[in-house]
Write a protein that binds this ligand. Structure first.
Ligand SMILES: Cc1cc2nc3c(=O)[nH]c(=O)nc-3n(C[C@H](O)[C@H](O)[C@H](O)COP(=O)(O)OP(=O)(O)OC[C@H]3O[C@@H](n4cnc5c(N)ncnc54)[C@H](O)[C@@H]3O)c2cc1C
Length: 311
């Protein structure tokens, strides 16, 4: 049994979710080949080759794969699929965009967002916004799987680099074209990879207060900034800050939830955090119930005090 891992990358660097998906792929008990589908993507391939447990890196380098649109990337996966028993990708925007298409073309079901490998054909995955865990046994001969990164440790770098093999690409017919992308730039750590996340909710009251109260604390802690959907919908924080069922899934070492209630849809995105701190004036708030530590009181008093104590 050999597993193909479709890497998440931006051609120059490997996304951190790839190393986590690699840990899941290795639990399938077979050799893992990492597929780098991109354009001028040799640096990403070299980074993948260094990861422990990678038997081989396949580099598919072609302008049609530049932005990893679903159609050409899925066509490539399908072209390679005959040599593999399982095709795995991190459940990132790219993985979730490409793999369902590949699964449909291969006429197998996709097993989405796994959090545990029970056996090579049996997996656990959260359903109902994380309120139940489903065990899925697949009888498909080829497994197509996306991996929830927060549930697996990142594979470390190994001692020897795996070989990199170039794969020929036949540009596929495509109904889509890349138009543009606008990436938000920030000096803070990326939300899904950060060790510490400081997250704010509706209680912040305005974008001015959100920035004034949360950002200095986040900067002192070298933390990423997150937000509840209510804070995002009210315009206090940008969309890409949203944590939860319809936002990002995070599992940092420390999650500080400030003035947010901890609705189930929010918990779905952060309840695997190692240590959760709630700052809330309501001791019955759901976030307080699941927090390891709670500070009950007005955030506008507590945060400046915390800020001062941090120096
Ligand atoms: C399909 C669907 C998907 C959703 N997806 C998401 C998602 O991905 N992420 C998400 O977050 N939500 C999501 N939601 C919305 C979710 O149900 C809640 O409405 C939202 O999370 C509430 O945000 P909040 O906790 O900031 O606000 P509230 O629920 O209004 O909570 C505010 C909290 O602040 C506390 N507070 C108020 N003033 C202060 C103060 N001065 N000091 C300290 N504490 C104070 C209150 O006690 C309260 O606990 C989704 C909903 C649906 C239906």
């Amino acid at each position: 049994m050999t597993t193909l891992l479709l890497a998440d990358h931006d051609n120059a660097t490997l996304g951190s979710a790839t190393a986590r998906a690699l840990s899941a792929a290795r639990e399938l008990g077979a050799d893992v080949h990492v597929l780098i589908a991109g354009s001028n993507a040799k640096p990403a391939a070299e980074a993948a080759a260094k990861l422990e447990g990678v038997a081989k890196v396949l580099l598919a380098d072609d302008p049609s794969l530049d932005h990893q649109r679903a159609e050409p990337a899925a066509a490539l996966v399908v072209a390679l699929a005959k040599d593999y028993d399982a095709i795995v990708a991190p459940a990132t925007s790219s993985g979730k965009n490409i793999l369902p298409r590949a699964a449909a073309l291969l006429d197998v079901m996709q097993i989405s967002d796994i959090i545990k490998v029970v056996a090579p054909n049996t997996f656990e995955r959260p359903i109902y916004a994380g309120n139940a865990i489903e065990t899925v046994e697949s009888t498909d001969t080829k497994k197509v799987i996306t991996v929830r990164g927060a549930a697996f440790p990142a594979a470390k770098e190994g001692t020897a680099a795996a070989p990199i093999e170039t794969v020929a690409v036949t540009p596929a017919e495509s109904g889509s074209a890349f138009v543009s992308e606008s990436l938000s730039k920030s000096d803070r750590p990326e939300l899904t990879a950060a060790r510490i996340v400081v997250s704010g909710g509706r209680a912040l009251g305005s974008s001015e207060k959100f920035n004034e109260v949360l950002l200095p604390l986040a900067d002192k802690l070298h933390a990423a900034v997150g937000a509840s959907r209510a804070a995002v919908d009210a315009g206090y924080a940008p969309n890409d800050f949203q944590v939860g069922q319809t936002g990002k899934i995070v599992a940092p070492e420390l999650y500080i939830a400030i003035g947010l209630s901890g609705a189930i849809q929010h918990l779905a995105g952060m309840k695997d955090s190692k240590v959760i701190v709630a700052i809330n004036k309501d001791e019955d708030a759901p976030i307080v119930q699941i927090a390891d530590y709670s500070l009950i009181g007005d955030l506008f008093t507590i945060i400046p005090e915390l800020d001062k104590a941090l120096g």
